[in-house]
Design a protein around this ligand. Sequence first.
Ligand code: HEC
Length: 152
Amino acid sequence: MPPVMRRRAFGASRFVVALGLVGCSSSTSSSPSSSVEPSTFTDVYAMMFPLATKGQCNFCHSLPPNEKSNGNLSMGEDKASAYAALVGKPSASHSCSGGTLVVAGQPDASLFFQKLSASPACGGRMPLGGDPLTPEQLDMIRSWISAGAKDD
Ligand code: HEC
């Protein structure tokens, strides 16, 4: 018991020191709750949208809005269109109406994040019919939304 507690205390103090260093060397105000830089929307978009990558959201969500093919969520074919379609926008689908696609700062309240989990609160798990995203990919999306869902 005692050695374990000492190790934990040591680990925690190193973490605080690391945060202090980040705070001093950075002029922009990054999230104080983590020493890791949050993901950017550029990272998230490149990882999950283009057809070339495994996520393949664009396979359905770059089509014009249609309830059957994409739940009326049309995100275009570039990063700017996807951002505009997602952040702060209400759901336009039958299954998820009443929800908000991306609530800045709140991944768990964001349909865009919820729909990637194994059993979403509404409709199917995205990408529909495809492989689920990996925990690392989910962490990236969570981190981008938690840090304010910026257009970065
Ligand atoms: C094979 C087609 C297909 C693929 C691929 C796909 N989706 Fe969907 N998506 C749909 C359909 C159909 C709906 C509406 C029915 C539902 O919610 O299950 C939907 C609904 C959604 C919604 C809710 C829309 C709303 O306004 O309520 C989100 C968010 C979403 N998808 C995100 C994604 C993401 C992110 C990806 C990529 C990781 C993805 N989808 C891949 C077909 C697809």
